[in-house]
Design a protein around this ligand. Structure first.
Ligand code: GRG
Length: 306
């Protein structure tokens, strides 16, 4: 049975417009919080902007806005968490590309930050993007201090040693070793899933009257789709090796990375991704049409081509 029919087509015109609108919205917020490239130290600020405005899909901010729609929140209070989480994402990619980590020359088809600038500048740019994220959250207007504190903690935990950084550490340790599917999924839920989960849960934190059942459904949705995102990323890496010319692909295999398709095969990885999608969508059953953007994004995550 297809995951969704033509009438529910992923990138419907209405949804494309909504994506474009939210993408522009978070770009404006990011532009407003990042120091100008003409402000000293210019090279550092230029590198920070290069890392952020470099063609990312903005999936995490889109999830913040879509979860906000689902919970009936005003867009204006979502701009800060959307931008903050994208700043963390941008910083993690700068680090991920460094010679000490994945040692990549290209990101999104363009030179990585350490290639465009230099290694020291890339490290410093990432170092500055991370605290900027927390500054953006701390600066939120019209949000109670207790709520801001909860958001800061959510994002800090998502990128710390029990979140993204811990997952990255497990990923590096697993290179060249055989690990179980459970271990891989745990690693994915930290390395990639933690920030995706935080994106949707940021809306729950901002929703004052959220029932425990709804909060736990949003929480489960975020966890499930976060793991699916990384498995899909692995599938794209494998498929790209044979089908896409001129793109950095197949890198996982070259690096001896422990990946889901590497361990279980591509067909099993695809079916796991589909079952995670179904599971994630089930979590949204009680939210009605308000969750349509979240549903679309969940499908996009497992159907995307890059
Ligand atoms: C010190 C907190 C801290 C982090 C450093 C480098 C690192 C530890 C963690 C990185 C984890 C990482 C890079 C996970 C990969 C996540 C992933 C699949 C990234 C690609 O996300 P997309 O497809 O990228 O959303 P775009 O280009 O669209 O923005």
């Amino acid at each position: 049975m297809p995951l969704f029919n033509a009438a529910e087509s992923l990138l419907s015109v209405a949804f494309e417009k909504r994506i474009a609108y939210y993408t522009e919205r978070v770009a404006e917020k990011l532009d407003s919080v990042l120091p100008s490239a003409s402000q000293p130290p210019k090279r550092l600020h230029d590198a920070m902007r290069y890392a952020v405005f470099n063609g990312g899909k903005r999936v995490r901010p889109l999830l913040v806005y879509a979860a906000g729609e689902c919970l009936g929140l005003a867009e204006s209070i979502l701009d800060a968490p959307a931008a903050a989480i994208e700043l963390i994402h941008a910083f993690s990619l700068v680090h991920d590309d460094l010679p000490a980590m994945d040692d990549d020359d290209l990101r999104r088809g363009k030179p990585t930050v350490h290639r465009q600038f230099d290694e020291a500048t890339a490290i410093l740019a990432a170092d500055a993007l991370q605290p900027l994220a927390f500054s953006v959250l701390a600066d939120m207007q019209d949000v109670a201090a207790t709520t801001r504190t909860k958001l800061v903690k959510l994002v800090a935990d998502a990128c710390g040693s029990t979140g993204m950084t811990g997952g990255q550490s497990m990923d590096l340790a697993a290179e060249g070793t055989a690990i179980s599917t459970d271990e891989i999924e745990t690693m994915y839920s930290l390395k990639t899933g933690a920030l995706i989960h935080a994106s949707v849960v940021s809306a729950s934190i901002l929703c004052e009257k959220l029932s425990p059942d709804r909060a736990s459904a949003i929480d489960a949705f975020g966890r499930t789709i976060g793991v699916a995102f990384q498995i899909k990323d692995d599938i794209l890496d494998v498929e790209g090796e044979t089908h896409v010319i001129g793109k950095r692909t197949g890198a996982d295999q070259r690096l001896g990375k422990a990946t889901y398709p590497g361990l279980m095969g591509i067909d099993h990885a695809r079916s796991r991704c589909d079952s995670l999608l179904r599971n994630a969508l089930e979590q949204l059953d009680d939210f009605g049409a308000a969750a349509d953007s979240l549903r679309w994004l969940a499908r996009y995550i497992v159907e995307r081509g890059n």
